[in-house]
Design a protein around this ligand. Sequence first.
Ligand code: PA5
Length: 440
Amino acid sequence: MDKIKLEIKDVLGTVSQADIDALKGAAQAGLEKLVKGTGAGNDFLGWLKLPTDTSDALLDDINATAAALRRDCDVVVCIGIGGSYLGAKAVLEALGNSMGVNKGPQILFAGQNIGEDYLYELQEYLKGRRFGIIVISKSGTTTEPAIAFRLLKAQLEAQVGREAAGKLIVAVTDAKRGALRTLADTEGYKTYVIEDNVGGRFSVLTPVGLLPIAVAGYDIKKLVAGAAAIEEATLNGSDTSAMVYAMTRNALYRAGKKIEILVNYNPKLHFFGEWWKQLYGESEGKDHKGIFPAAVDNSTDLHSMGQWIQDGERTIFETVISVEKQAHEVRIPSDADNLDGLNYLAGKRVDEVNKMAELGTRIAHVDGGVPNMRIVLPGLCECCLGQLIYFFEVACGISGYILDVNPFNQPGVEAYKRNMFALLEKPGYEAETKAIKERL
Ligand code: PA5
């Protein structure tokens, strides 16, 4: 198996190896808290050994459900938000065709926003089409996906009848609790369980992510195997890169680098950045602490954010995901007139230009006071993505413990919900409604 690789030499002008090594004890203690379950949030460690614990029977069952949806649907709408959306979206974008020309059903998403026009246009698009729904909500009560599901369930039932609709809907939710569980049991939907001890942002390797990825036709066994390889190597101590990443970013944070920018040079990784932002933002941004996770897509964003990164406030560092091998080859043609002056590139692969943009940017940013880490991904395949997902998950747990926060809760997420419910006059929120209306 081609392994992902972490390089940290380009941070050493900002922090020393000794600064990083000074956090080794804390990182080892963090890993031990994960393994022994002795740290804060230890009731949410179900993801830690998930890759090696996932049975072939479960993967086969998911593949069978996926095959049925692939057979019966031209469009499958995945409904979910946050951790119940971003992992699948990230993997599908990374593995899919950039023009959306994929084999199998088209995968669309809903419930990840409350855009009225988005939902209107989605419903218009689905009119008369053979569509199915994967509805994903661990709590089963989240407002955004609940609204989308109510709309699309009604539409599907109107289009094919209630009984047939029931066979085209799969629910991924809690084993026992929540409105979605009750509804799924009542309607007899096929269901998958999100275990209590796996938080949303750590759930991509459960049916939450695996089912949509399988429906899109990708190999979930390879994805899980990639993750399992990093799990084993990290937990048995033979691969310390997750620890080193956690130590290095905390050393940089202590040196005043408060913002980490995840950088890619491959547009297929845009949503991987979104997934990573949630993972680190929700895990670490608490107790008025935490590195702010940002992301850019280069070279696109070099033409928008490049100025700030090169010359703005020196509170940032970058972690660059570099994809070694491209799946396809495109060479720049020669042109007899050479009016654009590009003949010096004739015969070169586009990726060679991209790699030089990456290297040139790294040197410029490091020279400009932006320390860089680099994660080399052999290619964009299921196995590499599985490795990268687990690498970031376990590093996140270790990093949160170095930072001395509970990496597995998200109390701050509730604040907007309380206000929204009060403003919408949800039953049970009468006092909050009165209080918030007095402030307006
Ligand atoms: O990480 C989290 O816990 C959140 O992002 C949730 O995944 C998100 O709010 C969706 O929650 P649920 O799956 O309960 O609908």
